[in-house]
Write a protein that binds this ligand. Structure first.
Ligand code: URP
Ligand code: ZN
Ligand code: ZN
Length: 472
């Protein structure tokens, strides 16, 4: 019986009628016809008897979001992020995102194939509501790495992150970084870098702890923008030597972004993402001694307004290519609050469901155009991470991943509004214009009238193709 209902659903057509259809390259009032899991037609005044009609008049019809930076059920130190693949993808869908890319983490001295298998088991144990891809986190270089990388590349893991920070856990020294990046190049995998000079962070952290500066706010002073800038410089130079494209995750510093811009002007394919926490929060969140400051312990930390302004200009001018979330949720109760000093607070914050509404606010403020918002939110990450035009696109034969945003509505961002299992919101009480009305994942309505209605298990693992290297 359950099987029959599933087949019925796949055969249904859905007509999204009369919305303002916005992609990175077009903007018109029209209709989208979905048949099964894919878009079959895009046009004006489509007439399809028997289709379920979604009236999108007055609403924005966008490609479903692609969030290439989330951490579900990820161990960090002695804690594990509090969303699993079921709760995390439910939260993502609630925020208009229809594809996420998570990071499988290679244990030190272990095979990346084992890490891939482990993340697949997590996905099977907590089935996702929307589609999921994996990057790999490279925690070390071993003789068999090249062979293993080819194997996971065959499974659609076409990008890998390397950390220049977190000594003793994730950090690669410069020699390891060089070999790891070279192995990526040889395996057809896009290298991604977390750029912070971990040695300098360790020195500043050690001194702060010895001098009794233990409060959460010292997370910020021990990770200044300069440590990001110097790491970005080194990583770009290695990429230049290896003639490889390179993607920087969570850039937060204006100077680091300038280095990316200079490289791009030289024709070097360097890509950068930033995240809402660097665009909508500034370092005033660290003032005062409140226990609440631990909420804002994420890495890199929020920077000054001057950095923020530069990031916005970089987004508008195509220096930065993606706004991801780095959703890395740890609860305040029972996780962050257990720490006795800032260095023990698990690094990371939630964000997977507020990305679109915050970016839409920036459109209304005139910081970026609507089509640029779509590029940063959906089509840009889809292109860079080997998902386009299957994802991030509203064209015939694309997956029917669609987000309908009602500009006449409003939303108050809060822990209560969120679907994530985390117990706080970075933007608690912030009222934003717009309401996410409907979200469709591969033809299935998973959010209706702002409420999540999709089942866990609808989402699938997505094998990604080659990451783009010609998108400067
Ligand atoms: O604070 C953060 N960003 N935690 C997640 C791990 C990372 O560096 O992306
Ligand atoms: Zn990182
Ligand atoms: Zn991250």
């Amino acid at each position: 019986m359950a099987k029959l209902r599933r087949i019925d659903w796949y055969l249904m057509s859905v007509l999204i009628r009369g919305g303002r259809v916005v992609t990175g390259s077009s903007d018109f009032v029209g209709d989208i016809l979905i048949e099964g899991e894919q878009i079959s037609e895009v046009g004006i005044a489509l007439d399809v008897p028997d289709a379920e009609v979604i009236d999108a008049a007055g609403k924005l019809v966008l490609p479903g979001g692609v969030d290439p930076h989330v951490h579900f059920e990820m161990p960090m130190g002695n804690q594990v992020t509090c969303d699993d693949f079921t709760s995390g993808t439910r939260a993502a869908a609630h925020g208009g995102t229809t594809t996420v890319i998570d990071f499988a983490k290679q244990g030190r001295g272990e095979s990346v194939v084992r890490a891939y298998d482990e993340w697949m088991s997590k996905l099977e144990a907590h089935p996702p509501m929307i589609d999921v891809g994996f990057h790999m986190i490279l925690s070390g270089v071993r003789a068999s790495l090249g062979k293993e990388m080819l194997q996971i590349r065959g499974e659609g893991v076409s990008s890998a992150k390397m950390f220049m920070a977190y000594p003793g856990e994730l950090m690669l020294n410069d020699e390891e970084l060089f070999w790891a990046m070279e192995t990526c190049v040889e395996s057809g995998v896009l290298p991604m870098v977390h750029a912070e000079n971990g040695g300098v962070v360790q020195a500043l952290t050690g001194r702060a702890l010895r001098e009794g500066r233990l409060a959460a706010k010292y997370h910020s002073t021990t990770r200044p923008a300069a440590v990001e800038d110097m790491a970005v410089y080194v990583a770009i130079k290695i990429a230049e030597m290896l003639k490889t494209p390179l993607y920087f995750v969570h850039l937060s510093s204006g100077e680091a972004m300038r280095l990316v811009s200079d490289a791009r002007l030289e024709g070097i394919p360097i890509f950068g993402e930033t995240c809402p926490q660097y665009l909508f929060l500034d370092d005033s969140v660290y003032s005062g001694g409140s226990a609440d400051v631990a909420k804002f312990v994420f890495t890199p930390p929020a920077r000054s307004v001057a950095h923020q302004e530069k990031l916005w200009r970089g987004l508008a001018a195509n220096v930065l290519s993606v706004v991801s979330t780095d959703h890395c949720p740890f609860c305040m109760v029972g996780q962050k609050s257990l720490a006795v000093d800032f260095a023990q607070i698990p690094n990371g914050a939630p964000g997977v469901e507020s990305r679109l509404l915050l970016l839409y606010g920036a459109v209304l403020e005139g910081r970026i155009s609507l089509s640029r918002m779509v590029e940063l939110f959906a089509s840009g990450p889809a292109k860079i991470f080997g998902l386009y035009p299957r994802k991030g696109c509203l064209s015939p034969r694309s997956d029917a991943d669609v987000t309908i945003l009602d500009p006449s509505g409003s939303t108050t961002l809060s822990a209560e509004w969120q679907e994530s299992t985390v117990d706080y919101c970075l933007f608690e009480g912030l009222e934003v214009s717009g309401k996410i009305d409907t979200v469709i994942s591969r033809g299935r309505v998973v959010v209706r009238n702002g409420c999540v209605v999709g089942p866990a298990g609808h989402g699938r693992y997505i094998r990604r193709g080659e990451c783009a290297s010609d998108l400067l």
